[in-house]
Structures are given as C-alpha cells and as structure tokens.
Ligand binder design. Structure first.
Ligand code: S3P
Length: 170
C-alpha cells in the first residue's frame, strides 16, 4: 500500500513519540522523532541548542529537518510541540503528508511533563504553580495551528490500531 508521510503534532507531552513508535510497528513503516533527528545532526541535545544558540536558531534548523520528510517517504514523523507554529510548517506538512493532532487537555499535559521539566527548555525554569497556567496559555496560542491538522484525535481515545483506520482512508 502507498502511504504518505504521517506527521504527528501536538503539545509536548501529548504522546507523539510514544504513539509514533507503536503505530510505525503496527503499519510496518519507519518512525522518526524530529527532535532526535535534530540532536543527531547537531550532536547536541535540544536543551543545549536552545541554551547555546537560542530559539530562533532552533526553529530554523527544525524547519530544515522537517522538510527532508517529503510526502513519498512513507514514514511516521513525531514533530516537536512547536513545529506546526513556525515558518509555515503546518501548511508545508498538510501539502506533503497526513497531519494528525494528538489533542490533550492542559491537565493531561501537566501530568505527563511535570517530571521532565529539565529536558524541556520552554518549561525548565517554571515553578510548580506556574506550570498549569503556562500550558493553558501556550496551548491556546498554538491551537489555531494544531487545529489545521487533517485528523484531530483526543489522546484518551488512542489505541494501537488507530493508525490502520487512518491509513486505510488515504
Ligand atoms: C518544544 C517541544 C519539544 C522540542 C523543543 C520545543 C515546543 O518537543 O521540540 O523543546 O516548542 O513545544 P516535544 O513536544 O517532543 O517535547
């Protein structure tokens, strides 16, 4: 079967890498995590890139890394939480593959990221009580981008076979 590239988008902690891994095995196609691709290329962690070169630089290399995945790659790509919101990346992904938004609530996101703040530059320096308000505000800013996805799937509804229905409809 011919598959387009599948781009998984959503806020950090929404399970893009987790489900990307599972679904790629289910569909028998390769899986890439965009952050990992960037870390391998740059030989630095995402946190180091933000610290040493700043967010604007990261967004530039993030777009270049993304654009290597054209529509006929037949892969699943887990994007970073901010990928759809910069440099017209959302429009590019919609023209070059199938976009799936893994939609999580601020509460669900907080539960998933609260123990991983150190690796996540955007929330690294927040106090505990600042975390939920930050997630709520950022999610509201980003939703207009995320909502442009072809499929919007609440994270609570996902299963190993979710991907089969989507690929069968292409
Ligand atoms: C970011 C999310 C991260 C990573 C970087 C910026 C964001 O990816 O790309 O820290 O802007 O939300 P994950 O969503 O995989 O954590």
């Amino acid at each position: 079967m011919q598959h387009n590239t599948v781009f998984l988008i959503g806020f950090m902690g929404s399970g893009k890498s987790y489900w990307g891994n599972i679904w790629s095995q289910q569909a028998g196609i390769p899986f890439y995590d965009l952050d990992t691709v960037i870390e391998t290329q740059q030989q630095k962690t995402i946190a180091q890139i933000f610290e040493e070169k700043g967010e604007a630089y990261f967004r530039k290399i993030e777009t270049s890394a993304l654009e290597n995945f054209t529509g006929n790659n037949h892969t699943i790509v887990a994007c970073g939480g901010g990928t759809p919101c910069f440099n017209n990346n959302m429009k590019w992904m919609n023209s070059n593959g199938i976009t799936i938004y893994l939609k999580a609530s601020p509460g669900e996101i907080m539960m998933r990221v609260k123990n991983e703040q150190a690796q996540r530059p955007l929330i690294k320096n927040l106090q505990w009580e600042e975390l939920l308000p930050f997630i709520e505000k950022k999610l509201e800013e980003r939703e207009p981008f995320y909502r442009q996805a072809k499929y919007i799937l609440p994270v609570s509804s996902l299963s190993q076979t979710t991907i089969n229905n989507i690929l069968a409809n292409q």
